[in-house]
Design a protein around this ligand. Sequence first.
Ligand SMILES: Cc1cc2nc3c(=O)[nH]c(=O)nc-3n(C[C@H](O)[C@H](O)[C@H](O)COP(=O)(O)O)c2cc1C
Length: 169
Amino acid sequence: MKTLIIYVSMHHGNTEKIAKTIAGVLEADLATPAEVDADTVSKHDLIGFGSGIYFWKHHPSIFSLVERLPSQNGRAAFIFSTSGLRRIRLLHDFDKPLRKSLLAKGFRIIGEFNCRGWDTYPVWVKPFGGINKGKPGEKELKEAELFAISLKKYFKAYLYSLQVGQYHL
Ligand SMILES: Cc1cc2nc3c(=O)[nH]c(=O)nc-3n(C[C@H](O)[C@H](O)[C@H](O)COP(=O)(O)O)c2cc1C
């Protein structure tokens, strides 16, 4: 399973920690959106897209990249993010806009991961050193590792089911 993780981490390097942890488990290539083109994507079986959450969604360069890609015909993808606020699916689902554009491009989303990250952006939190200081820490990195392990298991089972399907044809 060849995996590519595309990420942006511009505030405190929070998402980069998550990207590297997941990449370690999946033995994935890591890249920024500017380093990726359609050809690179086509050479990978599984693509991870992640960034900090900036104004309620992923970084604009992730969306521009997805926009530039041709239709993906069911290629597997996962989404990850770090955010100042907790993601509450029904209230504010930060992953929704990216999920929507990936699905529109024909990706099949097999997992999503979010955790909180150190945030010093709002002026009112600056005097206190920001919120979520120290995050992602040991606990969040462990959760990211477990997420990556579950992706790996899921993907292996999926590939196996395709092989079994072929034998039955
Ligand atoms: C310009 C800016 C806008 C942000 N907007 C949001 C937001 O809308 N919701 C949220 O939960 N966190 C927001 N944050 C906090 C970041 O999502 C959080 O700190 C994240 O972990 C940053 O990841 P990074 O260090 O990988 O860039 C914002 C941070 C910045 C710098």
